[in-house]
Design a protein around this ligand. Structure first.
Ligand code: ZN
Length: 138
């Protein structure tokens, strides 16, 4: 079988531990800073390669938000809201929005306008920038 078993190296385990229950959508740098506390000799390149590997294997998800790669453990299709003021990113679920973004994704609506960003093979996740620090959405 092509689908070889995933080798859980120390590095991968630490990266997965760091991302587990992490809802902040850390960048490679942020994952590196976190993992380095445990594995002091790890390099940023190694962290990057392992993050790529783990996303390809579907254990974590890579999302491109405003041109920056971020990683998260949430594998369910979801959308991102970004605060225009503090930059905080939160997940939110909306079936309507998922259906809609898949529909326009299918029609080759291009993602360069940053409203939509491709999230691996799980379709498109849309990104909304809202001032949710100043306006409560709840
Ligand atoms: Zn997310």
């Amino acid at each position: 079988m092509e689908n070889a078993k995933i080798k859980y190296t120390n590095q991968r385990v630490e990266i997965l531990n760091f991302l587990k229950d992490n809802t902040t959508h850390p960048t490679v740098d942020e994952v590196y800073e976190g993992v380095r506390k445990k594995l002091t000799r790890i390099s940023k390149a190694t962290v990057y390669q392992n993050l790529k590997f783990l996303s390809e294997k579907g254990l974590i998800q890579e999302v491109n938000i405003k041109g920056v790669s971020r990683f998260e453990p949430n594998l369910d299709p979801h959308h991102h809201m970004i605060c225009k003021i503090c930059g905080k990113i939160i997940d939110f679920k909306s079936k309507e929005l998922t259906d809609y973004s898949l529909k326009i994704g299918d029609s080759k609506f291009n993602s360069s306008n940053r409203i939509l960003s491709s999230s691996s093979d799980r379709g498109f996740s849309s990104i909304a920038s809202l001032d949710f620090c100043t306006f409560s959405l709840l």
